[in-house]
Write a protein that binds this ligand. Structure first.
Ligand SMILES: Nc1ncnc2c1ncn2[C@@H]1O[C@H](COP(=O)(O)OP(=O)(O)OP(=O)(O)O)[C@@H](O)[C@H]1O
Ligand SMILES: CC(=O)N[C@H]1[C@@H]2OC[C@@H](O2)[C@@H](O)[C@@H]1O[C@H](C)C(=O)O
Length: 393
C-alpha cells in the first residue's frame, strides 16, 4: 500500500497546546508523505490575561458563554505570530491551524478546538487547513492523538530500521510506537498511539495553585521533595492506565489527582505528581506491541530534568530527546500540523485504527481559502480554480 504523492510545498503549522502556554509555529516543506525540509519557527506566549480567558473556557462547547472570547484570543494570537512569518516567507502555500482544545469527549459530545480557520484565512490572506479532529470522532475514532502520522514521517527521515517510540510530554502525554518497515502510516501495524496520562498540566496547576507560578522550572521544586509512594501507588490504580489503546484524554480528565496531593508539602506534591506523570508513561509502554529500541522525547516536559530522570528510571529502553535524531522538540507538534495540513489539502488520511481507533484510515480537516478580492469593474470573473494552492499575492 503506497501513498499518493504530489509535489512538496511549504506549509506553516501551528499548535496551541493543552499547557495553555502559547502558540508554536513552524514551516515544513512536505508532500504530506515525506518531510523534504524543515524551516524556521516561532513562538508567541499567551499573556496572563489571555491565559486566564482560555483557562476559564476549558470544558466549554461551541455556543457556550465564554467560547467566543476564547476563540478571539486564539485567533488574535495566531494572527500576531503568523502574519509576520508569512510576510517573510511568501513561499508558504498553506497554514495548518490546530486551534486550542477546550473540551474533548470523543465518546460523548465530541471534541472542541476554539478558533475559526475561515476567519484566520481571511485575516492572513492564505489558505488554512483546520478542524483536524472532528471527522475522526464522527467516524468513531478518539480524534487524538493526530501527531502520529507526522511521527511516522520523522522516524522514516531519521532512517530508523527497528521500531522506536516518540513521547510528547505536553500538558497531556502521548506516545507513538512506529514500525519503520511499514509502507505507510495507515498500514496495519505501522503505528500504535495513545495518550499516556497527565504530563505537565498537573505540575503547572500545582505551581499556579501553591506558588502563583507558571511551571516548576527545570523541575527544581519536585527535585527538592520526596515522592509519597502510598499516594503514588493509589493514583496508579486509575483504570485508564490499564485500558488498552485506543484512548485519549481531556486536559482535566484526572480530577482526583490534585485533591490526592492536598495534604503534601509543595515540594512533595510536585515530586509525587512528577513521578505520576513519569509512571503513566511507563504504564503506557506495556501497551506497545514490542519494546521500542528508543524512547524519543519531545514537548516541553523534556526540559524538566526531574521528570526525565524519573522517566528513565521507569523505562526499560533508552530515553533520549528528539534532538538526538535531529528534530526540534519545541516545534514538533507545530510541524505535525503543517504536514497534516498538506495531507488535508490532498485528501490523505490523518488517522488510522492504530492511532485513534477509527475503523479505517480516515481523512479529515477543513480547508478555508481567503475570499477572493471583489473583481475590479470591467474585469473578468475569477476562474473557479482561482485560489487553489497558489502563491499568496
Ligand atoms: N524548563 C522547564 N522546566 C519545567 N517544565 C517546563 C520547562 N519548559 C517547559 N516546561 C513545561 O512544558 C509545558 C509546555 O509544553 P508543550 O508546549 O509541549 O505543551 P503543549 O503543546 O501546550 O501541550 P500538549 O502537547 O498537551 O498539547 C509548560 O507548560 C511546562 O509545564
Ligand atoms: C484533544 C487534544 O487536543 N489532544 C491533544 C492533547 O495534547 C497532547 C495529547 O492531548 C494529544 O492527544 C493531543 O495533541 C497532539 C498534538 C496530538 O493530537 O497528537
Amino acid at each position: 500500500m503506497g501513498q499518493t504523492q504530489g509535489a512538496p510545498v511549504w506549509a506553516l503549522g501551528t499548535m496551541s497546546g493543552t499547557s495553555l502556554d502559547g502558540v508554536d509555529a513552524c514551516l515544513v516543506r512536505t508532500d504530506g508523505v515525506h518531510i523534504h525540509d524543515i524551516g524556521p519557527g516561532g513562538y508567541r506566549p499567551y499573556s496572563g490575561s489571555e491565559r486566564a480567558v482560555l483557562r476559564a473556557a476549558l470544558g466549554l462547547w461551541p455556543g457556550d458563554p465564554g467560547v467566543a472570547e476564547a476563540a478571539a484570543v486564539v485567533e488574535d494570537a495566531h494572527a500576531a505570530l503568523l502574519a509576520p512569518l508569512l510576510a517573510r516567507h511568501p513561499e508558504v502555500r498553506l497554514v495548518g491551524f490546530h486551534g486550542q482544545t477546550l473540551a474533548h469527549d470523543p465518546a460523548g459530545r465530541g471534541t472542541h478546538q476554539a478558533g475559526c480557520g475561515a476567519r484566520l484565512a481571511a485575516r492572513l490572506g492564505c489558505p488554512v487547513a483546520w478542524d483536524f479532529r472532528t471527522a475522526d470522532v464522527a467516524a468513531g475514532g478518539q480524534g487524538a492523538p493526530l501527531a502520529p502520522f507526522y511521527h511516522f514521517a520523522c522516524v522514516a527521515r531519521a532512517g530508523a530500521t527497528v521500531p522506536v517510540a516518540m513521547l510528547n510530554l505536553g500538558g497531556v502525554g502521548n506516545l507513538t510506537w512506529v514500525d519503520p518497515s511499514a509502507p505507510d502510516p495507515g498500514a496495519p501495524g505501522a503505528l500504535v498511539a495513545f495518550d499516556t496520562g497527565p504530563a505537565n498540566a498537573p505540575l503547572d496547576d500545582l505551581m499556579a495553585a501553591r506558588r502563583g507560578g507558571v511551571q516548576d522550572t527545570d523541575g527544581v521544586l519536585a527535585a527538592s521533595g520526596r515522592v509519597a509512594e502510598g499516594v503514588l501507588q493509589r493514583l496508579l490504580t486509575a483504570p485508564y492506565l490499564r485500558q488498552p489503546p485506543p484512548k485519549s484524554l481531556d486536559r482535566n480528565d484526572f480530577p482526583d489527582l490534585l485533591p490526592a496531593l492536598a495534604d503534601l508539602s509543595d515540594a512533595d506534591a510536585l515530586a509525587t505528581a512528577t513521578a505520576f506523570s513519569a509512571a503513566c508513561v511507563a504504564a503506557g509502554l506495556a501497551h506497545l506491541p514490542q519494546p521500542p529500541a528508543r524512547l524519543l522525547v519531545t514537548g516541553g516536559g523534556r526540559h524538566n530534568p526531574t521528570l526525565v530522570t524519573m522517566l528513565a528510571q521507569r523505562c526499560a529502553c533508552p530515553v533520549a530527546p528528539v534532538e538526538s535524531i535531529g528534530l526540534d522538540g519545541d516545534l514538533l507538534e507545530a510541524q505535525a500540523f503543517a504536514h497534516l495540513a498538506v495531507r488535508v489539502s490532498r485528501g490523505l488520511p490523518l488517522s488510522a485504527p492504530g492511532t485513534t481507533g477509527v475503523p479505517a484510515p480516515c481523512a479529515g480537516g477543513r480547508l478555508s481559502r481567503p475570499a477572493p478580492l471583489p473583481a475590479a469593474p470591467g474585469a473578468r470573473a475569477a476562474s473557479p480554480s482561482a485560489g487553489q494552492e497558489r502563491s499568496r499575492p
